[in-house]
Design a binder for this molecule. Structure first.
Ligand code: ADP
Ligand code: MG
Ligand code: MG
Length: 250
């Protein structure tokens, strides 16, 4: 699904990512961990197509297409979803209207008519039931006055409605309480299928107590310095990142 080869990225001429290679197949959950400032958000932003990054070397392919040729919007239409680290508040725009717009923009890009209101409502109801969400949520203003847990619930709801092929969740557990973590984990576990993939970016191991990744990668100083199974996340929780830094220094 996603193939990153020797990716080098700079911000304002400062190298941030220094040769990342990563392959994600459908059905897989990958976790990227690493200390603050190692380049995790840069990597997710570059995959999603945010501007302000200079790609100085390397390639990113998604289902055989050259992603670097495409805008963020085009990538979203191909099925790449990036959660917001700091979700924007949009007063006056309800959760329902936001999702309706997102879905219909996506359909338009594919040459489809807007989803009939009845069908949309049915889908919303199904998804809310699946995620055990309360209906009152639908009329709330987007992220306005949302608690950390509600923001996560909203993101997972968006994910469930848009059904992206690749979902990138960045730092979803930073500053979140255990309930919010569980919402995210339950959402991911409910929404994962053999056809989609998740890239979960976190600097805590806690989230991975509830989501079992197929691969854990450690990003340090702009490079993936280690790849392992979920046990690697446990080792990081126990021993921190210092042993990795020492290994890298050798
Ligand atoms: P992480 O998500 O792992 O904490 P980031 O990708 O946010 O790391 O940042 C990696 C490095 O790149 C940091 O040193 C950060 O200061 C720098 N950086 C990231 N984005 C920018 C930017 N827009 N302008 C300047 N420096 C940036
Ligand atoms: Mg950071
Ligand atoms: Mg970050």
């Amino acid at each position: 699904m996603l193939k990153i080869k020797n990716l080098h990225v700079s911000v304002d001429d400062t190298p941030i990512l220094k040769g990342i290679s990563l392959e994600i197949k459908k059905g897989e959950i990958h976790a990227i961990m690493g200390p603050n400032g190692s380049g995790k958000s840069t990597l997710s932003n570059v995959i999603a197509g945010k501007e302000d990054y200079q790609i100085t070397q390397g390639t990113i392919e998604f289902e055989g297409k050259d992603l670097l040729e495409l805008s963020a919007e085009e990538r979203a239409h191909l099925g790449i979803f990036l959660s917001f680290q700091y979700p924007v508040e949009i007063p006056g725009v309800s959760v329902t209207n936001f999702i309706k717009t997102a879905i219909n923009e996506n359909r338009k890009a594919k040459g489809l008519e807007p989803m009939p209101a009845k069908e949309l409502l049915k889908l919303i109801r199904e998804r809310m039931e699946l995620l055990n969400m309360d209906k009152s949520f639908l009329s709330r203003s987007l992220n306005e006055g949302f608690s950390g847990g509600e923001k996560k619930r909203n993101e997972i709801f968006q994910l469930s409605m848009l059904q992206p092929k690749l979902a990138i969740l960045d730092e979803t557990d930073s500053g979140l309480d255990i309930d919010a973590l569980r919402i995210v984990a339950k959402g991911v576990n409910t929404l994962r299928t053999p056809e989609n993939a998740f890239l979960i970016i976190t600097h805590y191991q806690r989230l991975l107590e509830y989501i079992v990744p197929d691969f854990v990668h450690v990003l340090y100083n702009g490079k993936i310095v280690k790849t392992g199974s979920k046990d690697l996340a446990l080792a990081l929780e126990e021993k921190g990142y210092d042993w990795i830094k020492e290994e890298v220094a050798i």
